[in-house]
Design a protein around this ligand. Structure first.
Ligand SMILES: [Cu+2]
Length: 156
């Protein structure tokens, strides 16, 4: 990932980059900082894209409609602990992004509809490839981040 030379350049440069990329440089920087903090932490307990460690939460997602198309969509997330028991009381925020310039991300919160099962409603405003990020806080305060691809969202 690109690292913005925030010290070397003025605000103007950052703002221009923000506009040209169509996403918030500040938000991306936060992601980057989170990643850095993550890397600095013990790898064994670290968050994203590592194979599930024994103490990690399994997440199963179901997207409807399937295949995805432009318009309203919903995602159901089932969180289970290593013993297969539902993980209740988690806070889950979704962020859906496209990679090209000029798109702003879509945000939604998932609500627990039954123990360990969380439902979020949001919208795909454009056809194409999306990435859905899950920002989760478990009841004990532990934070988890996951992402999954939603390729080829169809035009309506
Ligand atoms: Cu787009």
């Amino acid at each position: 990932m690109e690292i913005w030379p925030a010290r070397a350049n003025g605000d103007g440069t950052i703002r221009r980059r923000q506009l040209s990329r169509g996403v918030s440089a500040r938000r991306l920087t936060q992601h980057w900082l989170a990643g850095l903090a993550c890397a600095a932490a013990l790898f064994a307990t670290c968050c994203t894209r590592l194979p599930d460690s024994p103490d990690s939460v399994a997440i199963e997602q179901t997207l409807t409609p399937e295949p995805a198309r432009v318009g309203p969509a919903s995602i159901t997330l089932r969180l289970t602990d290593p013993g297969g028991k539902p993980v209740t009381g988690a806070k889950i925020a979704l962020e859906a992004d496209m990679s090209h310039a000029g798109m702003s991300p879509e945000f939604a919160d998932a609500k627990e509809s039954e123990p360990g099962r969380y439902l979020a409603h949001f919208e795909f405003p454009m056809a194409g490839d999306w990435v859905v990020l899950l920002h989760m806080t478990l009841p004990g305060g532990k934070k988890l981040e996951r992402q999954f691809d939603v390729k080829g969202v169809r035009p309506n």
